[in-house]
Design a protein around this ligand. Structure first.
Ligand code: HEC
Length: 137
């Protein structure tokens, strides 16, 4: 084999190897992002999803969350909140946990000090009401 052919072949092999590893990284990053918090999934929502609770949650949302999550949870700086396929899991307990503890290393801070536990559950009730598949959960 001529040297030039060998060099070209080597370059091709290196290129395809790096593509494979890049692809691997991309998948890993996504996996790391979409994850559940099963420990918190079991927490029971103590507040019924009544119209009154949802309205209270909506008011709190408009005061504390709308700047990042947009009107009606349509998203902005923070992710949209209307889909049932959420980054941190979609059970009431998991949503409550994110609102309480925040997400380290992101703009999502925890609201444990700022909002009472009851207020955080009203927020869960409002957020889940944005997805019509979840309202009766
Ligand atoms: C300063 C901007 C900001 C504010 C204010 C904010 N959030 Fe967030 N929120 C974010 C960001 C950014 C994320 C995404 C974190 C990540 O990368 O996982 C997030 C994530 C979330 C998630 C998880 C979404 C998912 O797909 O799993 C929920 C639920 C949530 N926020 C609710 C709220 C509620 C309720 C409030 C108000 C009490 C609020 N956020 C206020 C920026 C904000």
């Amino acid at each position: 084999m001529k040297t030039i052919t060998r060099v070209v072949l080597n370059i091709l092999i290196l290129l395809s190897l790096s593509l494979v590893s890049l692809n691997g990284f991309a998948q890993e990053a996504q996996h790391e992002h979409h994850h559940r918090h099963l420990k918190y999934a079991k927490i029971k929502n103590p507040i019924a999803k009544t119209e009154k609770s949802i309205a209270q949650g909506r008011k709190l949302y408009e005061e504390h969350c709308i700047a990042c999550h947009g009107e009606g949870g349509k998203g902005g700086i923070g992710p949209e909140l209307t889909s049932s396929d959420r980054i941190h899991g979609s059970t009431d307990g998991e949503i409550f946990h994110v609102i309480t503890a925040g997400v380290a290393g992101t703009k999502m801070k925890g609201f444990k000090k700022e909002l009472t536990e009851e207020m955080r559950w009203h927020l869960v009730n409002y957020i889940t009401s944005l997805n019509k598949n979840e309202i009766n959960k």
